[in-house]
Design a protein. Structure first.
Length: 255
């Protein structure tokens, strides 16, 4: 009888831990703190911000974090989710159960190559920022992401958008530059609420991949894209809410 009571108590404790909520900001700055997440917090919903890494936004100190598997209980973050200064972190495995981010999703100075481990993520309500994450070259792992409520700021090394095939809307800006050669991967993107900005790309030839895009709420800006020769891919674009701006360095083709 005592054994049965103990089992019931343990079951109830585990159940409550899985469905518990954390209502204050959480900062995990070491592998030891990540490993102790269940013990110290034990929640599935974080009703605030989650920072993994260092808190200094301008001069982040490197952490020893390499493994996020202890964070498997997290299903939603209502505030911002930031990964900063984790130069030894190569994978997001452990975050497979994360479904929604209510604020921005920001990745800075990590050693990630892609987004494998975030296969459960369906929505980001704030901005999606890849500032300073020069090792990320692919959106693989985000195949179930449907919407970004804020802006998408790509990084210099992204060459296309493969991995974002289910993305339907971006509420803010879509800003790209650097090594981008194609918009392939955005075949289901229908609307951009803010600006579409493509600047200083060396390999972008056209807009293939944006065939379903029908509206841009802000400006359409294309500046210093030396290989761009065609607007192919924008055949279904119906409206631009702001201005239409072009710059020099387009190449010799007809636009």
């Amino acid at each position: 009888m005592k054994k049965q009571i103990l089992i019931i108590c343990l079951t109830l404790f585990s159940f409550s831990a899985i469905f518990a909520q954390c209502n204050s900001n959480i900062k995990l700055s070491s592998q030891a703190e990540v490993d102790a997440f269940v013990q110290n917090f034990g929640c599935s919903t974080i009703n605030s911000d989650l920072l993994i890494g260092d808190g200094d936004i301008y001069n982040a100190i490197e952490t020893d974090i390499t493994d996020l598997s202890a964070l498997q209980s997290i299903t939603s973050i209502t505030g911002d989710f930031e990964l900063r200064g984790n130069t030894s972190l190569e994978s997001l495995s452990g975050l497979e159960n994360l479904k929604t981010i209510g604020g921005k999703f920001s990745i800075t100075e990590n050693n990630l190559q892609d987004f494998e481990g975030l296969e459960g993520l369906v929505g980001i309500e704030g901005d999606f920022e890849l500032y300073g994450s020069y090792t990320i070259a692919s959106f693989t792992g985000l195949e179930n992401l449907v919407s970004i409520g804020g802006s998408l700021y790509s990084n210099y090394n992204i060459t296309d958008f493969r991995g974002l095939e289910n993305l339907n809307s971006i509420g803010g800006q879509l800003q790209v530059s650097g090594e981008l050669s194609s918009f392939i991967g955005l075949e289901n993107l229908e609307s951009i609420g803010g600006d579409l900005s493509a600047s200083f790309t060396s390999s972008l030839v056209n807009f293939e991949g944006l065939e379903k895009l029908h509206s841009i709420g802000g400006d359409f800006r294309i500046v210093d894209n030396e290989s761009l020769t065609s607007f192919a891919g924008l055949e279904n674009l119906e409206s631009i809410g702001g201005g239409f701006y072009t710059g020099n360095g387009f190449g010799s083709g007809n636009l």
